[in-house]
Design a protein around this ligand. Structure first.
Ligand SMILES: [Zn+2]
Length: 100
């Protein structure tokens, strides 16, 4: 199964609201540096709760978790600095350049 490189999800206990696990994309061996740096920063944000660009990780709130029960996905939000390689737009752009 291939998992989109620009997505990351959280698995959260329905009753307690506690974080159980993260679902992160597999790290591609031959990705260009900008892609690797972006993915590393996203993993650091997941592990430490904050990206090196100083953006905090925001877990889905109760309403978002309730909606996710029907949508089967729960996205983690990190509002990266616009120039951070881990930012959604920068990851997507790096991915598009790599796949071209
Ligand atoms: Zn960042």
């Amino acid at each position: 199964m291939s998992f989109p490189l620009d997505l990351q999800f959280a698995l959260i206990d329905d009753d307690t609201g506690e974080l159980v696990a993260f679902i992160l994309p597999e790290f591609p061996d031959h990705a260009p540096d900008e892609m690797r740096e972006g993915l590393v920063r996203r993993r650091l944000a997941a592990l430490h709760g904050r990206c090196p660009c100083d953006a905090p990780m925001v877990l889905p709130n109760r309403a978002e978790r309730r909606r996710a029960r029907t949508e089967h996905e729960l996205r983690v939000r990190v509002d990266h600095h616009p120039e951070c390689p881990g930012d959604d737009h920068n990851i997507a752009a790096a991915l598009a350049r790599w796949e071209r």
